[in-house]
Design a protein around this ligand. Structure first.
Ligand SMILES: [Zn+2]
Length: 128
């Protein structure tokens, strides 16, 4: 591939990603299914969202994690500055800043609360 073709391919990919992000941003979230008592899957336009369920018996810290993560998932942005993006692999994700209640740790916290096991992720990236 020469430089001009590579540049055109990058532009096409960027335009496709911008269209996907606009479609995700403009769509209403639609509930799909619950995964155990800890997680739900929702679609928002072309994106599949995997969001934690808020439970009354969670600790205040875990409740905050869940609330922030749900709001960020449904609005496409988080107060920490995270915004939804399309990865190189073509999946939708939202990497939170360290220190954000919704950052890495929510999966471990839910696991410790006994509400989630890694096999419930259904192939979803659970690093975030
Ligand atoms: Zn965040």
């Amino acid at each position: 591939m020469n430089g001009r073709m590579a540049k055109a391919a990058r532009r096409a990919l960027r335009e496709r990603n911008e269209q996907l992000l606009a479609a995700i941003r403009d769509a209403e979230p639609v509930f799909q299914e619950a995964h155990g008592r800890a997680w739900e899957s929702w679609t928002k336009g072309p994106a599949m969202l995997f969001v934690p369920i808020l439970c009354d018996d969670y600790s205040p810290e875990l409740k905050e994690m869940v609330v922030v993560r749900r709001q960020a998932a449904f609005t496409g942005a988080c107060p920490c500055g995270a915004v939804g993006r399309i990865t190189e692999a073509g999946s939708y994700d939202m990497p939170h800043e360290s220190g954000c209640p919704a950052a890495a740790g929510v999966f471990q916290a839910l696991h410790q609360a006994g509400r989630w096991r890694p096999d419930m992720a259904g192939g979803v990236n659970v690093q975030g």
